[in-house]
Design a protein around this ligand. Structure first.
Ligand SMILES: [Zn+2]
Length: 268
C-alpha cells in the first residue's frame, strides 16, 4: 500500500519525510534495482520518443521499424544522424549521477534496467546496466553479424554515408526497432535482477510499454517498491512511496542522506 505520494505541491515537511524514507530504504538494502525510462533522459535534454513534443511529432514511428530500415537505409541514416547527434551531445544529469553514487560512494550493489538507448547510465559511472531496448553506442552488420563500436560507424554516418561492415553489409544500430525482439541476454539479466533485489525504484517511466512494464511483478512481494515519475503510473497504488517530481531533484537529495561505505544492510 502506498504510504505517501509526494509531489511539487507537497508541504516542505512532507517532502522531507518522503526523502528521509527513501534514504532509509537505500541505506537498508544490500541490493537495489532501478528500472528507468525516458523521464531520466529528458532531464538531460533528450526528447521522449513517445511524448507529443518528442521526436515522433516531427517524424514517423515508421522510421524505427525494421522493414523501413532494410528497405531505406539511406533515408533511415539521414534521419538517424541528426537524432544521434542530439543524443550524444547530452550528458548524464543529477539523476544518473545519484544512481552511480549509490554504487560508488555508498557501496551498494546496484543494477540498472533501462529502456533508454543513450548510454548515459554507463557514462555516469553505473557498472551494471541492462539496456533492454538496446544502445546506439554500437552497431551490428546485417550480413555477417560482426559488431562495431560507436567510433567505427559514427564518422561515416555523420558524414551522410550509410555505415558499412568490412564485408560490405549495412550496419544497423544496436537499438531495438519496432518489429524486433528485445535482446534476450539483457532481458533475462533484468528478470534475474528483479528476483534478487531488496529494493526496486522505478524512475522516469509510466510503465506503459511491455514487456518492460511487467518487470516489477517479478520482484519479491516483500521488497519495497518506489516510484519517481512526473505522472501517475498503473503501479503507484502498489508502491511504498511515490514521488511525482523530477528525478534529478529527488534522487540526489535522498542519496546525499545515505552514509558512505559498505552496505550496513539488515537484509544482507
Ligand atoms: Zn559484415
Amino acid at each position: 500500500m502506498t504510504e505517501s505520494i509526494v509531489d511539487d505541491s507537497s508541504p516542505k515537511d512532507e517532502r522531507e519525510r518522503g526523502l528521509d524514507a527513501l534514504a532509509k530504504y537505500f541505506a537498508a538494502a544490500r541490493k537495489i534495482v532501478f528500472l528507468t525510462g525516458a523521464g531520466v533522459s529528458t532531464e538531460s535534454g533528450i526528447p521522449d520518443f513517445r511524448s507529443t513534443t518528442g521526436i515522433y511529432s516531427v517524424t514517423s514511428e515508421e522510421i524505427f521499424s525494421i522493414e523501413f530500415f532494410h528497405e531505406n537505409p539511406e533515408r533511415f541514416y539521414s534521419f538517424f544522424a541528426a537524432f544521434y547527434r542530439g543524443i550524444t551531445d547530452a550528458r548524464p544529469n543529477a539523476g544518473h549521477l545519484a544512481i552511480a553514487e549509490l554504487e560508488r560512494r555508498c557501496g551498494k550493489s546496484v543494477e540498472v534496467v533501462t529502456q533508454n538507448i543513450d548510454g548515459l547510465h554507463g557514462l555516469a559511472g553505473s557498472t551494471k546496466v541492462h539496456e533492454i531496448h538496446g544502445t546506439l553506442r554500437s552497431a551490428t552488420c546485417t550480413t555477417c553479424d560482426r559488431r562495431y563500436e560507436e567510433s567505427f560507424f559514427s564518422n561515416d554516418m555523420l558524414a551522410g554515408r550509410v555505415p558499412r561492415c568490412e564485408c560490405g553489409g549495412v550496419l544497423k544500430p544496436d537499438v531495438v526497432f519496432y518489429g524486433e525482439e528485445l535482446p534476450a541476454a539483457a532481458f533475462n539479466a533484468s528478470r534475474r535482477a528483479m528476483w534478487e533485489t531488496k529494493l526496486l525504484v522505478v524512475a522516469g517511466t509510466s510503465l506503459q510499454v511491455y514487456p518492460a512494464a511487467g518487470l516489477p511483478r517479478e520482484c519479491d512481494a516483500g521488497a519495497p517498491f518506489v516510484v519517481v515519475n512526473k505522472t501517475e503510473t498503473p503501479l503507484d497504488y502498489q508502491a511504498s512511496l511515490v514521488f511525482r517530481a523530477a528525478i534529478g531533484d529527488v534522487l540526489p537529495q535522498a542519496v546525499a542522506r545515505v552514509p558512505s561505505g559498505a552496505s550496513d544492510a539488515a537484509d544482507a
